[in-house]
Design a protein around this ligand. Structure first.
Ligand code: ATP
Ligand code: MG
Length: 562
């Protein structure tokens, strides 16, 4: 997988290059991917994963997998397991370096004791409301907590008793003693530890005080000898605190570098919001094929390679921006264009009887799988007197540019013959077209000498007696608006038609046993994957990954012409 080995040049690599030249960190590059196990990973995390593992690989360095599991009330092993399997599926390997911030709880506690001893941390009894009041605002400096001048002995005693469970949730906290007048609110004596009597998914009830992210994170990085601690832009204002914690303890000091998080059009990204979609039943679960989660994208049929390709193309910058979801779709088309077998599937069938074809005859037609990739080989397709074509491929009164089937018109059935529509059969009551009566031209079989005769339209089809019935699901964007978060309640922008389920589709016979997860192009309809969960042998269920219309390529072409 060469694409893992080199990531494009970006400002972070420039920093690393400089460090390599100056021998900062002794020529080492050591990164980490540090998710909180409070939900499933999404495509934004994929950007961070590709960046952290990619940079490590580029410099023959290491990347750790680390769970930032410092908030037991929101975290769960279910999430730990899904995160690990998602990172692995994306193609990355942390080898034996799987860590948990909770592994460091004892060390972090001892460091906190150290801070108290040098007068850099104190136990504070203000409640949340008071603490907020004392903190001040961007325009008003904070004021010192009345507990700020507690003696070292008293602080040590209280902190120990916090740990031992003597106090209730929220009754006391441990705070850093920094500067209540700092223009950076994060530096106004931030909380380092809070009391929380809840069971942790790894440490059980061993602890009732838990470290805050801003305290646990720099120390976890430090303990793991990380060199470049890469995080998203919202942590820029937290960097002084990151540095303060490590300097106050005279600990090994990685460099925190911030980059812009990925925002994708027509979707939301934060785990908190994705959870609302799951809990509000807007989707069937975290792995619903419409979700921007890694597990959703996997179920939708995206390949790991296409997601890595996407992460390469969007690059890494310092300014927040939106990426068009059409680029993600473009990447999977590019990946499958040559690789996928192209088969015939009629999604909304219309019956066609070929009147001059013998009723007891079945002919096997040779059909290559992908004209652009002969290596994929070919299969034999049965052709017979009754076939199905796509309902949309017929119009009784066609407009000028409609080159498909219409009364008196001819089209080619792909890999087969030219047929001509002679008559339309309608439901007497409703007037709906229920069947076409056609004739075929026996001299026009594909691949034979008669192949030379040309007509304007070529349609996909299946033989009625041989077709496999299947459920096919078509998807549209989960949100109608490009930026669903522009409204206070992003959920009002959910697309009510984001999923269309077609239960009477007909596929060519070879598709009966399509393995869950296998990907195809359905000719003229798009790329599809056999749903890895719902698909069964003999009763396949397919998800449309993307249609064939590449809006991204079109936009690029348009931009190039200007
Ligand atoms: P969320 O709001 O989705 O929970 P988070 O930042 O709280 O996101 P973490 O589990 O803490 O989620 O994230 C792990 C890593 O992934 C962090 O380094 C974080 O900066 C990065 N990350 C999260 N979201 C994005 C994104 N949209 N683009 C790029 N990186 C991201
Ligand atoms: Mg989070």
């Amino acid at each position: 997988m060469t694409d893992i080995k080199t990531t494009p040049t970006n400002f972070i690599k420039n920093i690393v290059n400089e460090h390599m030249q100056t021998n900062e960190f002794g020529g080492r590059v050591h990164t980490r991917f540090p998710p909180e196990p409070n939900g499933y990973l999404h495509i934004g995390h994929a950007k961070s994963i590709c960046l952290n593992f990619g940079i490590a690989a580029d410099y023959a360095g290491l990347c750790n997998m680390r769970f930032d599991d410092t908030n037991p009330s929101k975290e769960d092993v279910e999430y730990v397991e899904s995160i690990l399997s998602d990172v692995r599926w994306l193609g990355f390997d942390w080898e034996d370096r799987l860590f948990y911030a909770s592994d460091y709880f004892e060390e972090l506690y001892q460091y906190a004791v150290g801070l108290i001893k040098v007068g850099k941390a104190y136990v504070c009894d203000l409640d949340a409301e008071e603490m907020k009041e004392y903190r001040g605002t961007l325009t008003r400096p904070g004021i010192d907590s009345p507990y700020r001048r507690r003696s070292v002995e008293e602080n040590l005693d209280l902190f120990r008793r916090m740990r031992e469970g003597e106090f209730k949730d929220g009754e006391r906290v441990l705070r850093a003693k920094i500067d209540m007048a700092s223009p950076n609110l994060n530096m106004r004596d931030p909380v380092l530890y809070r009391i929380q009597h809840s069971t942790h998914h790894r440490t059980g009830d061993a602890w009732c005080i838990y470290p805050m992210y801003d305290y646990a994170h720099p120390l976890s990085d430090s303990l793991e000898k990380v060199t470049h601690s890469i995080c998203t832009l919202e942590f820029e204002d937290h960097r002084p605190l990151y540095d303060w914690v490590l300097d106050a303890l005279d600990a090994y000091h990685p460099l925190q570098i911030e980059f812009a998080r990925l925002n994708l059009s027509h979707t939301v990204m934060s785990k908190r919001k994705l959870r609302q979609l799951v809990e509000g039943k807007y989707v069937s679960g975290w792995d619903d094929p419409r979700m921007p989660t890694i597990s959703g994208l996997r179920r939708r049929g995206y390949t790991p390679g296409s997601i890595r390709d996407f992460c390469h193309r969007i690059g890494v910058a310092k300014a927040n921006s939106f990426v068009d979801i059409a680029l993600l779709e473009h990447c999977i088309r590019e990946d499958l264009h040559i690789k996928a077998r192209r088969v015939m599937a009629v999604l909304k069938p219309l019956r066609v009887v070929i009147e001059n074809y013998p009723s007891d005859s079945v002919e096997m037609l040779e059909a290559e799988y992908n004209a652009e990739n002969p290596e994929l080989g070919s299969r034999q397709l049965p052709f017979s007197r009754v076939v199905y074509i796509e309902r949309d491929d017929f119009m009784e009164e066609p407009p000028k540019k409609f080159f498909r089937l219409a009364p008196g018109r001819e089209v080619r059935l792909k890999h087969a013959y030219i047929i001509k529509c002679q008559r339309v059969v309608k439901d007497e009551a409703t007037g709906e077209v229920v069947e076409l009566r056609c004739t075929y031209d026996p001299d026009t079989r594909s691949g034979m000498s008669g192949d030379a005769r040309k007509v304007k339209g070529t349609l996909h089809w299946v033989s009625a007696n041989h077709a496999v019935r299947a459920e096919v699901r078509l998807y549209e964007h989960l949100f109608l608006k490009e930026d669903p978060e522009a409204d206070e309640d992003f959920k009002i922008n959910v697309n009510p038609n984001s999923q269309e389920i077609l239960s009477d589709c007909l596929l060519e016979p070879g598709m009966a046993g399509a393995a869950g997860g296998s990907r195809y192009q359905f000719l003229r309809q798009g790329y599809f994957v056999a749903d890895p969960i719902d698909s069964q042998d003999g009763a396949p269920v397919f998800n449309r990954i993307v249609s064939l219309k590449d809006t991204w390529a079109k936009m690029q072409k348009g931009a190039g012409n200007k």
